[in-house]
Design a protein. Sequence first.
Lengths: 328, 330
Amino acid sequence: MGDGYPLLSVSDLKKHFYVRKGFRKVEVLKAVDGVSFELRAGEVLGLVGESGCGKTTLGRTLLRLYTPSSGTILFKGRDVCHVSGEQVREMRAGMQIIFQDPYSSLNPRMPIGKMLHEILSAHGVRNGGEREERVEEIIRKVGLESTHLRRFPHEFSGGQRQRIAIARALILYPSLIIADEPSSSLDMSIQAQILNLMKSLQKEMGMSYLFITHNLSAARFMCDRIAIMYLGKVVEMADRSQIFESPAHPYARALLPLCPVPDPDTRVEHVALEGEVPSPVNPPVGCTFHPRCPEAAAICSRQTPKLLEIEPDHWVSCYRFARMKDMT
Amino acid sequence: MVMGTDGILRISDLRTHFLTDDGEVKAVDGINLTIRKGESMGLVGESGCGKTVTAYSTLRLVPNPPGRIVSGQIHFKGRDLLKLSEKEMRGVRGREIAMVFQEPASSSNPSFTIGNQIQEVIRFHQGGNRVQVRKKAIEILDAVRIPDPVRILTQYPHELSGGMLQRVMIAIAISCEPDLLICDEPTTALDVSMQAQVINLLNDLRRERGTSLLFITHDLGVLSWVCTHAAVMYAGNIIEQADIRALVKNPQHPYTSALIGASPRLDRDCQVLDSIRGSVPNLTNPPGGCKFHPRCDRVLPVCTEQVPQLKEKGDGHCVACFADSEGGAA
C-alpha cells in the first residue's frame, strides 16, 4: 500500500482560467494554484473538498484534458505535459478516467460492445479474437453479462451505466484511474454496489485510484490516503486514519464534524465554519482560509503557508504548525 | 398506526397515480402519515419511491394530467385539503403550508429582486402598507441569519450563492409563519458547511416557532440531524415508521437496515458496504406481494403473494414486513 514507487508525481501544478468580465476586463480564476503530491502504485488517494475547490480541474489537468498553466506532472517518470503524438496515446492507455455522470459520458449511438472494441483497436489490439476475449472478460468483471454488449446506453440503468464506464476505464489495464465523483449521481443502494465494485477491482487488479469526491464518508470507505483541498490548494494530506482521527488543519477540524452521520446523538449545535467558500476569482490574500479560520493570526492574512510535513506522511499547510516546527 | 388526534397533518390512504405511455404508475400507493405540532417528520427513500409526490399531493401541486390523486384524505387542522376549492387552496399554500425546494436557483424568479419576491408573499397573505411589508421582510431575512438584509433586498437571485439563496427561500417560506414547512431535499445542492448551517437553522425554527416539518431526503445522515421521526418509503409505500433514534439504531424492515448498511460511514472504517442487489422496481409493473421481495434477503413464501400492512410493534414503531410478525415467521 504505502511503500510503492511514485506512479504519479505532481509538483507545483497550476491551472488558471481567464474569465471575461465586461468588455475589456479579464480576470484570472485560479482553479488549481500550486498543488504538489505523489501517488504511489497500488494506492487509493482521495481528493476531497467543497465545490469550487479545484478537485475536478486537478483531475482533468492530470490527464491533460486541460493544459496546465505551470508545474510538472510526472507519470511513471515521464513528463505528461511534454509528450506528443503517439506517446500521448500510450500515456493515456495508462491513465483513465471515470466521470460523474454516466448519462452524458457514454456515446448514445454506439452499442457498448462496439465501444469497448473500438478502444482496444485504437490502442493496437489488432486480433479480433483477442479483443472479443478481453471485452467479455471485462464486462463480467464489472458484473454485467456478454448479452448486454449489443445494447445501447439508454437501455441501462444509472448503476449499470456506471459499471460500463468502469469497464471502459479498465479495459486497457491502466495503472491509474481518476474517478471523478463516480457514485454521487446514483441512488444509495446503487452507490454501495459501485463503491464495493471499485474497491474489489482495485484489490484484484492492483491499479491506483485518484478518487475525487465531496463526500468524506465515501472517501473514508475507499481511500488509503486523503488530500483535502480548499480554493485550489491542498491544505492537508495524510493517511486515512490520521485525517479522520487527528485532523490538524483548522479547515479539516471544522469540516469533519459538520458531515452528517446517521446518528441523532451526534448533531452539531454550533457550526464552526461560518460563511462560504470565497470565489476563486479573487481569493483572499495570504492563507486562503484565513477569513473563515477561527485560529487566524496576523501572519495568515499576509503570507501563504507552505505544505509542511508535521509528522511522517502527514502534510499540513498552516502557520500554527510552521511555528511549532520552527521551535523544535 | 401512529394516529394521535393532535396531528396537525394527517394523510390517510393517499394514492396518487400518473398515467404514462407505458401504463399507470402508482407513485404513491396508499400511505398513512401523521405529523404532530413541532414534530419534524422525515420521508426517506431512493429516487422514484414517491416521497416528492407525497409532498406535492399534500399541497395539491401534482400536475394533472398526467398525475391524479385517486383517493385518500389529507386532513390539515381539521379540514380535508383534497376537498377544498382551488381558491381556498391558494390561501393554504404559502400561509399555512409552505414549501422549500431542492434547487433554490430554479425555484426563485430570476427577473425580480429578492425584496420583490419576499414582499409579494407577505402582501398577498397578510397585507399591510409598503413600509410595514418591507420591515417584515427585513425581519424575516434577519431570522434566517442573512447578513446585511437591507442590501439583499435589492439583489437578484443570480447575485447570491446557492447557500444564501436557499436561506432566502426558507425566509420566503416562513414569512407567513406557516404551521407546516415542507422541505424537499433542501440541502442536496449545498456544500457541507452550508448544509450544516441550513440544518441548524431549520432545527432552531422548529424549536423557537413550533413549526412542524415534513422533510424529504435521501441522506440518512441529514435525516438523523433534522428529524424527530421518520418514515421510509419504497416503491410508493411506507415500509417503516418510527422515531428517529429507533429507526437508525434499531431498524426492523430489511430495506431500512440495508439502506443504513449501504451508506459509507464517516465515523468508522469498514471493508465492504452492504449493498442491496438489483435496483428499484419499475412502477408500471411492480412485483406482486411485497414490492421489496425480489431484493430482500429475508424473503418468505408469503412475501410473493400478499402485501404486508404497516403494523405497530410497540412504541409507535411501525413496520410492513412479514418476516418480523408472528404470523409470517411461523
